[in-house]
Design a protein around this ligand. Structure first.
Ligand SMILES: [Zn+2]
Length: 235
């Protein structure tokens, strides 16, 4: 009961506290999963690393068309460790009139060839305080010095959740052929290691023959990129 009350108080506090996450998104950090010697999941002649890069490029160009600044963690077929991806994201400078978000792109895989659908992950809410109290990013300190790690953390988690919900709503509308599996939370390295609002997209199952074929098309990649860009712009 005491725990429930504490979490109620924390939520109330978050609601009342003026958010540093105002002014809209000023930078989208796009993380194409895997690369180089790490192909990710593979099936039916497709590698996850190639699909994530194609979707990342489509997203970059979609956002550029809308005047939104982007950074690509990788723009070619190279290996980058999870730690390096987080360091790269955390060291970005961004326009202080808004805030950055981190979007990691992945493709799902399962032993069951019938497994299908689209899902988006956020980091678990309880992870945030520990992660942010260790952050020493200069850009974080610049704008966010007035906030304690605890305040930043619950606010960042809320923005991550909103972005994940937005992405699912937009994808359900623009890609009705995908089964919507919804928003989940998991301790993924790139979500826990980045201080800004962050989500990890699992675009579909490479182990499902028809989904692998669908995800390989430019039409799918562009529609997905548009849906994610719409979701970001609605934040
Ligand atoms: Zn992956």
């Amino acid at each position: 009961m005491r725990k429930v009350f504490a979490s109620f108080l924390l939520s109330l506090f978050c609601l009342l506290w003026a958010s540093p996450y105002e002014g809209g998104v000023s930078l989208v950090i796009i993380d194409a999963g895997h690369g180089g010697s790490d192909p990710g999941a593979s099936a039916f002649g497709c590698d996850e690393k190639d699909l994530t890069l194609s979707i990342a490029r489509a997203l970059e160009s979609e956002l550029a068309g809308r005047g939104v600044e982007t950074v690509m963690i990788r723009d070619d077929d190279r290996y980058i460790s999870l730690e390096e991806r987080c360091d790269e994201a955390n060291s970005q400078n961004f326009d202080l009139s808004g805030y950055p978000v981190f979007v990691s792109l992945h493709i799902n895989s399962a032993e069951n060839p019938a497994a299908e659908g689209f899902e988006v992950y956020t980091r678990p809410e309880e992870h945030e305080t520990a992660m942010l109290s260790q952050s020493s990013s200069d850009s974080l300190m610049l704008k966010y010095s007035d906030y304690t790690a605890g305040q930043l953390s619950c606010l960042s988690w809320r923005v991550s959740s909103r972005l994940a919900e937005n992405i699912c709503t937009e994808v359900a509308e623009s890609l009705p052929e995908l089964r919507m599996r919804g928003v989940k939370s998991e301790n993924f390295w790139v979500l826990n290691g980045t201080w800004m609002p962050s989500v990890l997209v699992e675009a579909g199952f490479i182990s499902n023959r028809s989904e692998a074929a669908l995800m390989s098309t430019e039409d799918f990649q562009e529609r997905l990129a548009r849906a994610i860009a719409d979701a970001v712009c609605r934040l």
